[in-house]
Design a protein around this ligand. Structure first.
Ligand code: AMP
Length: 208
């Protein structure tokens, strides 16, 4: 199954993707994670991406699309994948069309108030990638694997505002672009598990 996840920053795409990944045996491909990995390893891609990411802007398509295309050729994508954070613009969606077909597009719809509430509290496990929020979890280590949690460099108020603007202007038009493949998932106030339930049922139906 090949899935695209759409949603504003902090809508919970990463957490939803991790749930889907476990149940449907497909890999999560986050272009943001790929960039962060490249930055950590000091690669040319990482060097180029960092200045854009620090400002909350999109990394240019020439870099992003090439990186994504190479990742999709890897063996673990054979069974399918969930794209988390790609495409982020109509030109990227056009480019993706030439690379592969997609079965469904899930839009994670979360009210702006809730997104703003989550922004600065996000913490991520440095080892297993589990995502937390300080509003509901106040420890500094992961409850699953015990590794320290960290806050992303770009999770600060200045870049967050810009990232939300970029989403509205450049990424949200994809909701219309993919109208014929779109499934809208409402982010539940009750937490990620409740958000995931209907999505799981929908994907189960699609698999049959
Ligand atoms: P994310 O982890 O998805 O929130 O992405 C973090 C940052 O990585 C974004 O603010 C962009 O600077 C960059 N990025 C991630 N995915 C893309 C993409 N598809 N196109 C351009 N830039 C991206």
């Amino acid at each position: 199954m090949k899935i695209i996840l759409l949603g504003a920053p902090f809508s919970g795409k990463g957490t939803l993707a991790r749930n889907i990944m476990k149940d449907f045996n497909i890999v999560q491909i986050s272009t943001g994670d790929l960039f962060r990995e490249n930055i950590k390893n000091g690669t040319k891609i990482g060097l180029e991406a960092k200045s854009y990411m620090d400002k909350g802007e999109l990394v240019p398509d020439t870099v992003t699309i090439k990186m994504l295309e190479a990742r999709l050729k890897e063996k673990d994508c054979k069974n399918g994948f969930i794209l988390d954070g790609f495409p982020r613009s109509i030109p990227q969606a056009e480019a993706l069309k030439k690379i592969t077909d997609i079965d469904t597009v899930i839009e994670l719809d979360v009210p702006l108030d809730e997104i703003k509430r989550r922004c600065v509290g996000r913490r991520i496990c440095s080892k297993c990638g589990e995502i937390y929020n300080t509003s509901s979890y106040d420890k500094s280590t992961c409850s699953k694997c015990g590794a320290p949690l960290f806050q992303r460099d770009d999770d600060n108020l200045e870049t967050i505002t810009l990232r939300l603007e970029v989403y509205e202007k450049t990424t949200a038009p994809l909701i219309n672009f993919y109208a014929d493949k779109l499934y809208v998932a409402k982010g539940s106030q009750k937490g990620p598990e409740e958000t995931y339930k209907p999505v799981k049922n929908f994907l189960m139906g699609l698999k049959k």
